[in-house]
Structure formats: structure tokens, C-alpha cells
Design a protein around this ligand. Structure first.
Ligand code: PLP
Length: 458
């Protein structure tokens, strides 16, 4: 049994990310104890399928011995090496080179961070520097997409377009702008792919006309919007947005923090639309959550402009833990796993997951099923015709999360009644079937809730 003292210590001292502090104090923490494959065990021995791979990051699954060995060996040999003073470490150099080889086009230059937020934040600094180096510092306006998520750094949170990350924090800044999302299920132009692409292109062109192309630095986009509710654009959407940016000399930044490293099939999602961005941000699957690490990929053009602009002066951007050797060793071990069958297994499991979820489409609560590969969501409604969201006041998301937990499943329940699924790529058929079955069970139980039933009748 979980000792009460641990719950008390948590309540008194541990500040949890993106949580209602008072709400968390009231509920108390759930402590996880161990994990193997796609299965978690909590401190009371309750076993759960991890339908969300931690925070959509444990792509390789839990308990991968090769990663433990690589990290242990590196900790013994050289636990730390700075990248300052012209120094480096074997794993960091090798990882950068392997990533450059894997990345699309000429994204040949890799800057390592500690996660996704500082990867996005780094791009903002690099982009500002790039335009100064080019002699066009007036290009300082940034555009992103409604429902987008680009982390919670001071600057990146303003590119994020999720209300909780703005309220009370004084963002977005005046140089941060948004265009509407492609959100197919609720797009005012309807669900036809060409209509959605045309609407997004028109919105981006209108924003460029409003601000002036000569003032716009960059456009940020996720290939699939993750934290906004797993919103999947139509095929070629990314390509169309890229074309508009190219025409207008606007840098194109693809945020692959969730979609990278096999989450949606290939190593990087932008490959599917044949897009080579100017910057690509990654994290999560890079080290699969075993240790923290992110990576910014830069094109040859961007890198050379920055390098030539700086000349012999230092580009003043860097962290103590940039290119950490233990993280890099873990990253290399993850790449080995991806290349030796995990990416292929993820694609197979992804088909099974999507098939299983589509079979839930006729459930009375399911309004939309969407996703690609091992990144999926179902959107719950009380009226399919009108697409009425679940009653907000009853904290349906929390109830669904709790219920799924009791059923032995971890899912993400977004506040707007969207259930997110992003299981580890190592899932077996039985794991995927278990995730689907427990999701169905959770939906059936939710259907019995009095307020949900009342809303459905109304
Ligand atoms: N960008 C995207 C697309 C993300 O989904 C996330 C995190 O979920 C981030 C950036 C921020 O990454 P991190 O939480 O590692 O700081």
C-alpha cells in the first residue's frame, strides 16, 4: 500500500506541472512504481496499460535494457561534458550526425536542448539572430496556429494557443499572431480537405497582408496538433502552408516534438508531406523519456547565415546541459531500437489502433475518431448531429480519466471531452486490443452518468 506520508509530502512540497494546485491538493497524488513494455504498475500494485506513453514520449516502451546499459556505461565513463570551450563528447557528436542523416533535406545542423519548450524557445532566438545577420532585423513578427502547442517557455507559450497557458501570464506578446486551425471536425468551411486547405491558405495570406511579409519572421506549425486535441490536417495541408511561406520569404518551423520518432509512422511526420522546413524541433521520442533531451534541426542556409553573421563572435545561446552525453547515449540507443524493428512495429500497431478506434465510431458518445499511426483521439459529444460537447460543468474529463484508470488504462482526457491516445510503439496486438476494450468500457460507463444522459435527452 502507498504510505500516506508520501501523499502528504507531495501535497506539501511538489508543485505539479499544468495542474490546479488546490485541486491536486484535494485529490492527492497517484504514485507510479514500475513499468515494463506498455504496462505501468502503481504503488498499490494496480496494473495499467499506458495508452499515452507517459506524456506521449515513451515511444520505445518501458524497461528497454539496451538503454539502461548505454546510460550506465556513459555515466561511468563520462557523466558530463560541456559543449563550451570547443569541447564535446563522443555520443553527442555521433547522435548529431545520425540525426542529420535521418532528417529530411538539408536539416544538417543539430542543437541539443533539454526538452521541447527550450527547443522552441531556441528557435525564436536563432530566428531573431538569423534576420539580424541578414540585415533585416525588422522581420520580427511570428505566426502560429490556433489550438497549437509549442511549449511553456516565456516566449514559446505565446506561440502556444491554448487558453490556460496565456491567462495570467501576460502572453501572447504583441509580436505573436495566430491563424485559425484546420480542425476538420469543427471547421466552419466543412470537412472537405480541399476546402480546409484553401481556408488555411487564405487565412495565412490574409495575416501576411495585414502584417506585411517584410515584417514576418516565421510561421510555426505542428504536423498534427497534439495538445490542442490531436487535430489532423488533410494530406498536403503542410505542403500548402509551406508554399505560402516560401513565396513570402517566411521561415517555416515544423514542431515535431510529439510527431517525431515514429509516433505517426515515419521518423518525422513532415516527410509524409514531402516538406523540408527551415527549422524542425523535436524532443520526447528522441530519448523516449528515459532522460531529458530535445533537438533543434537547422537547414544549411539558416546555419550558414548565422555562422557568417557571427564571424568570430560567439553566438550567445547555450545551456550547461546542451548536448548532455548521458542523454546523447540514450538517444543513440533509442535510434538503434527504432531502426531495428520498433518503427515497423509502431506502424503495425498504429493500424490496429486506428482500426479499433474506428470501430467505436458508432458508440452513442463518439462524435469523431481521428489520428495517424500511434497518435489518435476520439471526440465525445452528447448529440452527434449538433456536435454538442459533453457538459463542461461536471468535469467530465476528470471523471473519464479516473474511470479509465480504474479500468486499468491511462488515457489523456482533454477538458473539451477529447480522449487522446498515444501508446508506446512497442505495443503488442494484445496491448492494443486491451487499450480499445478498456476505452469502450470507459465510454459505456460514462454513458450511464446522469448528467450525460440528461444532456443526451435534451
Ligand atoms: N512542442 C510540442 C508540439 C509539444 O507537444 C510539446 C510538449 O508536449 C512541447 C513543444 C514542449 O515540450 P516539453 O514539454 O518537453 O517542454
Amino acid at each position: 500500500m502507498l504510505s500516506n506520508s508520501l501523499i502528504e509530502l507531495d501535497r506539501a512540497h511538489l508543485v505539479h506541472p499544468v495542474s490546479s494546485y488546490r485541486g491536486h491538493e484535494a485529490l492527492g497524488v497517484r504514485v507510479l512504481r514500475s513499468a515494463k513494455g506498455a504496462t505501468l504498475t502503481d504503488a498499490s500494485g494496480h496494473q495499467l496499460l499506458d495508452g499515452f506513453a507517459g506524456l506521449w514520449c515513451v515511444n520505445v516502451g518501458y524497461g528497454q535494457e539496451s538503454i539502461v546499459e548505454a546510460a550506465t556505461k556513459q555515466l561511468r565513463e563520462l557523466p558530463y561534458a560541456t559543449g563550451y570551450f570547443g569541447l564535446g563528447s563522443d555520443p553527442a557528436i555521433r547522435l548529431a550526425a545520425r540525426l542529420a542523416e535521418l532528417a529530411p533535406g538539408d536539416l544538417n545542423h543539430v542543437y541539443f536542448t533539454l526538452g521541447g519548450s527550450d527547443a522552441v524557445d531556441s528557435t525564436i532566438r536563432f530566428i531573431r539572430y538569423y534576420y539580424h545577420a541578414k540585415g533585416t532585423p525588422q522581420k520580427d513578427q511570428f505566426i502560429s496556429v490556433e489550438h497549437g502547442y509549442h511549449g511553456s517557455s516565456t516566449a514559446g507559450s505565446g506561440l502556444t494557443a491554448i487558453p490556460a497557458f496565456h491567462a495570467g501570464f501576460g502572453v501572447p506578446y504583441s509580436w505573436q499572431h495566430k491563424i485559425p486551425s484546420h480542425y476538420t471536425y469543427r471547421n466552419p468551411v466543412g470537412s472537405h480537405p480541399q476546402a480546409i486547405i484553401a481556408a488555411s491558405v487564405a487565412a495565412l495570406r490574409a495575416k501576411i497582408a495585414e502584417l506585411g511579409a517584410d515584417r514576418i519572421a516565421a510561421f510555426y506549425v505542428e504536423p498534427i496538433q497534439g495538445s490542442g486535441g490531436v487535430l489532423v490536417p488533410p494530406p498536403s495541408w503542410l505542403k500548402a502552408m509551406h508554399a505560402v511561406c516560401k513565396e513570402n520569404d517566411i521561415l517555416f518551423v515544423v514542431d515535431e516534438v510529439i510527431t517525431g520518432f515514429g509516433r505517426v509512422g515515419p521518423f518525422f511526420a513532415c516527410e509524409e508531406d514531402d516538406v523540408v522546413p527551415d527549422f524542425m524541433t523535436t524532443a520526447k521520442g528522441l530519448t523516449s523519456g528515459y532522460v531529458p533531451m530535445g533537438a533543434v534541426f537547422m537547414s544549411d542556409r539558416v546555419y550558414n547565415t548565422i555562422a557568417d553573421g557571427a564571424g568570430k563572435t560567439a553566438v550567445g545561446h547555450g545551456y550547461t546541459y546542451s548536448a548532455h552525453p548521458v542523454s546523447a547515449a540514450v538517444g543513440l540507443a533509442c535510434l538503434d531500437l527504432y531502426e531495428n524493428g520498433l518503427l515497423a512495429n509502431g506502424r503495425k500497431a498504429g493500424h490496429r489502433l486506428m482500426e479499433g478506434l474506428r470501430a467505436l465510431a458508432d458508440h452513442p458518445l463518439v462524435g469523431d475518431v481521428r489520428g495517424r499511426g500511434m497518435l489518435a483521439a476520439i471526440e465525445l459529444v452528447t448529440d452527434k448531429e449538433r456536435k454538442t460537447p459533453l457538459p463542461a460543468e461536471a468535469d467530465a474529463a476528470r471523471r473519464i480519466f479516473d474511470r479509465a484508470w480504474d479500468n486499468g488504462l491511462v488515457i489523456r482526457a482533454f477538458a473539451q471531452g477529447v480522449l487522446g491516445l498515444a501508446p508506446p510503439l512497442c505495443c503488442t496486438d494484445a496491448d492494443i486490443d486491451g487499450i480499445i476494450e478498456r476505452t469502450r468500457m470507459t465510454l459505456d460507463q460514462t454513458l450511464e452518468d446522469r448528467d450525460v444522459r440528461a444532456a443526451m435527452k435534451g
